[in-house]
Design a protein around this ligand. Structure first.
Ligand SMILES: [Zn+2]
Length: 253
């Protein structure tokens, strides 16, 4: 599996980094996880053909994870896409996803390609195409928004993912709420990709000691935070230090 980090910034817009987006590639399938604001330019910079993307998972509806979606679909349309595209969102966000596309005049009924929006149920393994499958778990990232009055019909679900190919496994926390979310899947993995904005480095280190992944990739940080995290990694014991990788835009594993 090839993993390309198209965007690694936090929610803060940065001159140096694009917002969250990761491309997972097997031999025959390209799966994009999240399409933050600016994702089309991020992919273009990396010379990734928009129309080579087969499916997109959106982990939650913060702008740095979803607001690039309408423009990305627009680019596919302008490039005369004919291949089908699948978008996966939590089942409670299907209506909002459709509305987001409709507001950008991307009515699925009149696109020249088949665009399907599939609802994710948490804790259920979803087969993407035989090459990838994934399981989503709800994390606590936007739980506190449930307290908002008058928004009962709006979903505040945010998911973390376990993605599997025949030979490899990836855990991607996406944005989370606290340290308990780091161990939602509570298992070892080849790649443990975690955000760094909403949990401390020490909490990540504790989770890594428990999960024992082959590699830990840290993402979702500002340029100022990068320096701090780099220092924290270098203060670790050599054995654990060597499994940590700091993600930058364009990095491929
Ligand atoms: Zn974010």
């Amino acid at each position: 599996m090839k993993i390309t980090f198209a965007g690694t910034a936090s929610g803060e817009t940065s001159r140096e980094r694009f917002h969250s987006s990761i491309l997972l590639e097997s031999e025959n399938h390209k799966l994009l996880i999240d399409a933050g604001d600016g994702v089309s330019k991020a992919l273009l910079k990396l010379k990734i053909d928009f129309n080579s993307i087969d499916s997109i998972i959106i982990t939650h509806f913060h702008a740095d994870h979803v607001m690039g979606l309408p423009s990305l679909i627009t680019q596919m349309k302008l490039l005369k896409r004919t291949r089908p595209l699948k978008i996966y969102v939590h089942e409670s966000l299907i209506t909002q996803t459709k509305a987001l596309l409709n507001f950008a005049y991307l009515f699925t009924e009149i696109l020249d390609f088949d665009l399907s929006i599939t609802g994710i149920k948490t804790n259920e393994e979803i087969d993407v195409d035989g090459k990838f499958n994934f399981t989503a778990k709800q994390n606590s990232h936007i739980w506190n928004k449930h307290k908002l009055k008058g928004f009962d019909d709006v979903s505040f679900v945010s998911i973390s993912l376990l993605i599997k190919t025949e030979s490899e496994q990836v855990i991607y926390t996406s944005d989370i709420g606290d340290s308990a979310d780091l161990i939602l899947f509570n298992k070892s993995t080849d790649y443990f990709i975690t955000e760094t904005t909403h949990v401390s480095f020490d909490e990540i280190k504790t989770a890594v000691e428990k999960l024992n992944p082959v590699k830990v990739i840290l993402t979702h940080f500002s340029c100022d935070d990068r320096k701090k995290i780099e220092e924290q990694i270098s203060s670790l014991d050599r054995n654990i230090r060597k499994i940590f990788i700091l993600a930058d835009d364009g990095m491929t594993i």
